[in-house]
Structure formats: C-alpha cells, structure tokens
Design a protein around this ligand. Sequence first.
Ligand code: ZN
Length: 725
Amino acid sequence: MLFLATCSWAPAFSMKASSRVARVWLRGGATTTMQATATNPLQDFQALPRFDTISSADVKPALEAVLSNLDTEFGALEDKLSKDGGEVQYADVMEALEKIEAPVEYSWGVVGHLMGVADSDELRAAHMEMQPKVVQTTSKLSQSGAVFGAVKKIVDSGAAGLDEAQMRILTSSLQSMQLSGVALDAEKKEEFNANKLKLAELSTRFSNHVLDATKAFSLLISDKAQVEGLPASALALAADRAKADGEAEATAEAGPWKLGLDMPSYLPSMKFVKDRAVREQLYRAFVTRAGEENAPLIKQILTLKQQQAALLGYESYADVSIQRKMADSVGAVDELTEMLRAKALPAAEKELDELTTFANEKGFDGGALELWDLPFWSERLSEERFGFEEEELRPYFALPSVLDGLFGLCNRLFGVNVVPADGEAEVWHKDVRYFKVLDAQSDEMLASFFLDPYARPENKRGGAWMGVCLGRSAVLARKPVAYLTCNGSPPVDGKPSLMTFNEVTTLFHEAGHGLQHMLTKVPHAPAAGINGVEWDAVELPSQFMENFCYDAATIYGTGMAKHYETGEPLPRELFDKLCEQKTFQAGLGMLRQLYFGSLDMELHAQYDPSGDETPFDVQKRVASRFTVLPPLEEDRFLCAFGHIFAGGYSAGYYSYKWAEVLSADAFAAFEEAGLDDEDKVREVGKRFRDTVLALGGGRHPSDVYRDFRGRDPSPDALLRHSGLL
Ligand code: ZN
C-alpha cells in the first residue's frame, strides 16, 4: 500500500497524546451535568453531532464553557480524593473521570473531525486559539497527584472485585500518567508541559502546511499530448477540477486538464501519463511538498521529543514510545525489520532489474529508470503480465455494490447486519452516509457509523482513517459511533463512484478499524474498542479485512464485483490475475514500508537534533540500506510524513508491518479452516469477533491474539502471502 494511502486512523488531535488513560480517544458524551442548558450545538452531548448547525463560531464559546466546567468538576474530584482517608473504589476515580472528561472530548472531537473533512480558515483559527487551553487541561488531568495516588491505592489494595479490563485500565493509567510527567518535580513539570504545548502547535502547523502545499500545486494542461495515456476517469476528474478553477469550457476530451498532488489525481498521472516530463514535474513537486515550511518544524519537533524523553528519564523518544506498544523493545522491532529486509531486498533488486529490462524492450531509451518512471513502467509490466489494466476493474467496483459485499462479509464473519439509516443523522456533506449495525440474531442495535467516501481536496485531508465519534460506555449509557473517512474517486459524468481496487481494499481496511470500535464488548470507555489497544496491534483488524478482497467467496458470494451497467460478475480470469498480482513487486513494496519504519525509528532512537547532521542526512543513510533507487538529492518526503510528525506514529510507523504479521497470520486461520467451508468460516469469524474485536484494550494484545489463534503469531503467513518465502 502506498504511503498516505495507508490509514492514519487517528487524526492528530492533542487530546489523545496527552490524555490521562491509555488512550482516551475523542469519545463524546451522552449524559453530563451541562446538557440541559446547552444551546451551543457543540455542547449538545445527548445525541449525534448536529452537523447541520455547528459552525466555526461555536468552537470558542463551547470549548470555554466545557473546559471551565471540567475545571470545576475535576477540582471537586481532586478535593474528594485527597481528603478521602479511607477506601477508594474504581468507580470513585475512573467512572467519575469518564463523566467529567466526556463533554470536552466530545466538543474537541467534533472540531478535530471537522478539521479533517470540512476544513476552513475560520475553523483553523478557532482550533488554533483553543488548542493550548485543551492541551493545558489534559496535562492537568494526566498529572494529577490526587488521581495518581488514588489509582495507586486501588491497585496496591489488590483491587478485589474488578474485572480484567478494569485492572488493565488502572495499570495503564498509572503508566500513562508516569509518561505524562505526573512524578516530575515542579520545575521539570513546567518545562515538560511547555514542550507539550509547543509540540501540539507544531504538529498542527505541520499538517496544515502539507494540506496547503498539496492544494497550492497544480498543472493546468491544454496540450492533449501531455495527458496522453490518462484513462477516461482521470481525464474527467482533471477536467472537472479545471472547470472548478474557472476554465468554464473544460471537457474530458478537449481539456484543459488540471493535475494535482492529491491521490486520486496524482496516482493515475504517475501510472499512465506517457509524457515523461509531466511525470517528472509532478514527482518533484510531490516529494518536495512543504519542504521549506516543514524542514525547520521537523528539527524542532524532534528536539522537543528528545527533551521530553530525557525529562522522563529515558534515553530516547523511541524508548518512551515502546513502553506503550505490544513489542517488548526497540531491539525486537529492529529484529523483525532486519528479518523482513533480508527477504525483501534481494527480491526488490530483482524486480527493478526485470522492470528496467522490460522498459528498454518496450522503447524506453533512457538506460536506467528514474523514480518518476517506476510507477509508469510498473503499470505497463503489470498490464502485460496480468493482461488487464487497473482501469478495467473500475466498472466492476461501483461503491454501492462494494458496500453490499462488505456488509455481506460482516454478516458472514461476525453475525451483524449493516443497514442504511440515511436521514437519521445530520451530516457535514451531502455525500456522507449513515448506517446502523445490528446483531443478526437479536436485532439489537449495537452501533452506527458515518461513511464519507470521496476525495474533496479543497477542504478534506488526504488518506483514509477511522475516527471515533462516540465510544462505548456503560457509565454514560452510550453505544459506539464511528467515522469512516476515505478519499475515493467521486462519481463523475453521472455514473456511480467507480472504485480502483486500491480504494476497495482501503475501504475494507477502515471498516476493520470501525468493527473493532463498534463490536467491542468492553463496557469501560478507557478500554472499549480501540481505546487502550497498543498501536502496533491496532492495525490487526484493519489489515485483516483487506485479505477478503482476494477471497473468491467474498467477491462472488456477495455480488460486490459486478459491472455497474450490465450486472455481469467480474470475469473469473480477471479475479485470478488480481490475486496473482498481489505479489507483484512485493519486494519493492515491503522494502518501502520497512524504509519508512526504519527511518522513523532511527530519527527517534538515535538521531541527535543538536548535532550537525540534518534529518535529511539520516534519510539518505537509511535509504542506502532500504531502497534500490536512491531518493533525489532534494527529496523532502519527510516534510509531508504526517504520520510521524503530525499523527501518533512517532517511533511507531513499524506498527503497520508488525500488525501485518498478525493480520496475515490471523487470516491464515481461515485458510487453514478452509475458506470454502461456510460453517468453518463462520466459526472462526465468531472467534475473531469474540476475541480481537470484542476485547479491545481490556486485555494484553499478545493474550488476545493467543485467545484467537491458540499460539503466538508467526511471520510465515505474511511472507507466504507476499510470495517472499
Ligand atoms: Zn489503519
């Protein structure tokens, strides 16, 4: 999967990084002491967010109100806990906190969500203004000596009568509070908090710069020869974009066409545009995006993270990060990386040789391939080897049928029915849909979700992610609600959205995250769904779901792949080739992910930002071991590497590979049981639902995995699926 097409399921809001418990995501509230008087829609915690009425002007008053209320309530809780000489119960601390925190998490969560899907200058300004106050408040929560002492007291007393999830919430909280600086002396704490504030602001600026730079660049082309090779769908999109930009006469056939750096525009250009100079121009723009703006920010971010680690008594930020991971140590990550690199590198070298030979046979006279030639010639080689073009698949993957397939699969595997409920919830854009998830046996409504399927480069962040609207909580009497956000091809020319296969797998991926959020059985918010799940384990359900896009029973049994006009199913030989194609250039693909992961780890484990070396020098050094074609001298891809500089993946990008080992091995359980055996599939599916999807962060991920698989994970399935064994 390509960088940025991968999921960044947790948008970079400050709440999560600084929260008191393991990971209190942006869950919202249903019941609070404030609800009765709230006229500001951002304070209306009773139900789903009122997207029709929420405006940027609501942000400041809402946040000021909920933060002030939180101050009062939290102060009262601290007083009570400090005075309380006797026994303290779980509910006195953890459940009280759930209630107190819910309003702020709700308001701030909705704001963060809107920043990602309906950005505007006013919203950004309001977010920027309120962010420091939110960060200060969450710091206060995570550094409360009274809460820390009370939690410790419960744990030390043996915590009789608590379930496993509650115990894990308590020990996680202690660890999390320690990593949030609860034990620091006053002077150090002040420095720690000031750094945290700066980090939150820097990561928001980083992210905005990437969005701005992506939007700022475009190529307006009037010469048809320069877009030769582009498929009809990409031409239509490019003409639509030109039209929106004032070229009233633009048509797909005659142009002009506007090419950009957002994925639905950039990817087809790199794969199909024959004009090498156009590709080169796009490529150079892409890998230098936000270079000047973000280069200084990267250094500041790394410096601040280094300082935070030192204040907490760790040698590096990577050591801090690994405390909250399934992996035992940075060494364990390096070991897996090296093991996979040893398999991937020789394969990648061979793949590049093959590609060069092929290109030269087909009239490429440039000798060695350049970076902007790789996607183009890879696509040609793939077409020749597999006999189809990616574009041929699109008519068979219309979004409505793909959704039928996805929901059919959810029914087979997990015994749930997904039903449309459009109109029952307000949405932030007319293309957004709303669905309910019901238990197939009891018909009980378990959860619901929003789906925002299409790219809107003008105000929506790229990539795809699952976000939490509301989290499950018994105390707040709340069922889970998810946001599934994709950046797929919008409908053009009156046709339905015809998806690339990559967009299909991305949708399944995000649905996997959504299912873990929605099918949780844990009633305690801090460990429900994805809350409290270690980062390197959290991509397990998502990557697991992608496997079913290559499963015949799913593709054919559910009618998900049928021609949008004729209704004929995807030809079987096309499907077989699609499966063969899965291992196409698997070495190059794996090497690229290992490169990103290793670079991220090196920057956070060893790099000294105060030395002479720049982060780009480190990139060059790491690239020499993990790429077969070195990056350009001016490559600044780090300046758009939002996962690690604006998201939560710092010293954690390896998590994708780590979890891929888990997800491939989990899918192998279905292969071993027999994917054609419907009873077995349902049986293993139920076990997956009851373990991985149900237990959330309430149990250590290694134990959850053993519950499902009966043994520890093995990397063999991943290597086998990738054709690298
Ligand atoms: Zn993901």
